[in-house]
Design a binder for this molecule. Structure first.
Ligand code: UFG
Length: 329
């Protein structure tokens, strides 16, 4: 299949590009490189462009005879979305609608959309099933939910076929350590911990030690980026015109902030000093999801269900690329 991966130079997009390419799909990346890295894209496969540019989108879709789209290009920081909602609504909502409309015009009828645990807000049940009512508690979650609704409406009205993948906490790097996570500034727990191990930070701040969890710190479902990539590959094959699929992509097992730090101490052999800080705004205490639906329907199963292997994978990337993609130029 000819696939346009929008945001394919970013963290999850680039790992998915690699997996799609491995199995023989003809993959093109559309990315404005605002967050992504050119070094993460296979040579000659980058179309540099912006979601705000409908003409560029249409050209990318038609000139390459695209059959399906995967859409990763979104801003993803919860605190930033609270401080700058306009940025999030403009890119994540208007940008995605531009993409859907360019697809209509070009006659491209299939899309896999990156959604998020943030659509659930503070869920009633753990592990969270897909039929848990979406109730976002921040602008980021609302922007993703808005596009989930748009996809369902476009499917009914225009016969679009789509899949929504709601990811939990993406982490890790490619098994050959050639691509990995490189955000600037970094806000995610595992890379921050590993920056401490690399001597780039003095300590890791633990945001909140009074949550109603076993050790008082937040619990998250850490899902390896290659497991996410595999989920995209599999769900693409199941998309049908006018129909939508929605899956959680998670391991079903949660680890606390303290457990992740403890694991990183073992993996890196570094003491990783901690400072305790107040809770970070907008953090649900526990986010762990059921992925039974995707396991049952697609035969997908996480290859990295434990935190040790995930931290090892991230450590291989960060220790060999201490300045991220800056080390490759
Ligand atoms: N944390 C710390 N110290 C840090 C960084 C994070 O204690 O320096 C804690 C957070 O408070 C949270 C946990 O580690 O409890 C994980 O935090 P991350 O920032 O790594 O990830 P989030 O759970 O906040 O974010 C993820 C996705 C978002 C998504 C969100 C939904 O990255 O895109 O889940 O809640 F919106």
């Amino acid at each position: 299949m000819r696939i346009l991966v929008v945001g394919g130079a970013g963290y999850i997009g680039s790992h998915t590009v690699r997996r799609l390419t491995q199995v023989g799909h003809d993959v093109w990346v559309f990315d404005n490189l605002s967050v992504g890295h050119i070094a993460a894209v296979p040579a000659g496969r980058l179309i540099e462009g912006d979601l705000a540019d409908s003409g560029a989108l249409l050209k990318a879709l038609t000139e390459n005879s695209i059959d399906a789209v995967m859409h990763f290009a979104a801003f993803t920081s919860v605190p930033e979305s609270v401080a700058e909602p306009a940025k999030y609504y403009r890119n994540n909502v208007i940008g995605a609608i531009n993409l859907l409309d360019a697809m209509r015009e070009a006659g491209v009828g299939k899309i896999v959309f990156s959604s998020t645990a943030a659509v659930y807000g503070v869920p009633d049940h753990i592990p969270v099933p897909e039929d848990s009512p979406p109730r976002p508690i921040n602008p980021y979650g609302f922007t993703k939910l808005a596009i989930e609704h748009a996809l369902a409406d476009y499917a009914r009205a225009y016969n679009l076929g789509f899949a929504v993948l709601r990811y939990f906490n993406a982490c890790g790097a490619s098994s050959d350590s050639s691509i990995g996570e490189d955000h600037s500034p970094e806000t995610h727990l595992i890379p921050i911990i590993l920056q401490v191990a690399l001597g780039q930070r003095e300590h890791v701040a633990v945001f909140g030690t009074d949550y109603p969890t076993a050790d008082g710190t937040c619990v998250r479902d850490y899902i390896h980026v290659e497991d996410l990539a595999e989920a995209h590959l599999r769900v693409l094959a199941r998309i049908e015109p006018g129909k939508g699929l929605t899956y959680n992509v998670a391991t079903g097992v949660g680890f606390s902030v303290r457990q992740v730090i403890e694991t990183a101490r073992r993996v890196t052999n570094h003491p990783i000093p901690v400072v305790e800080r107040p809770r970070r705004a907008g953090d649900p205490p526990v986010l762990v999801a059921s992925s039974q639906s995707i396991q049952r329907d697609l035969g997908w199963t996480p290859r990295y269900p434990g935190i040790e292997a995930i931290v090892q994978s991230a450590w291989r990337w960060h220790s060999t690329h201490p300045r991220g993609y800056g080390d490759r130029s």
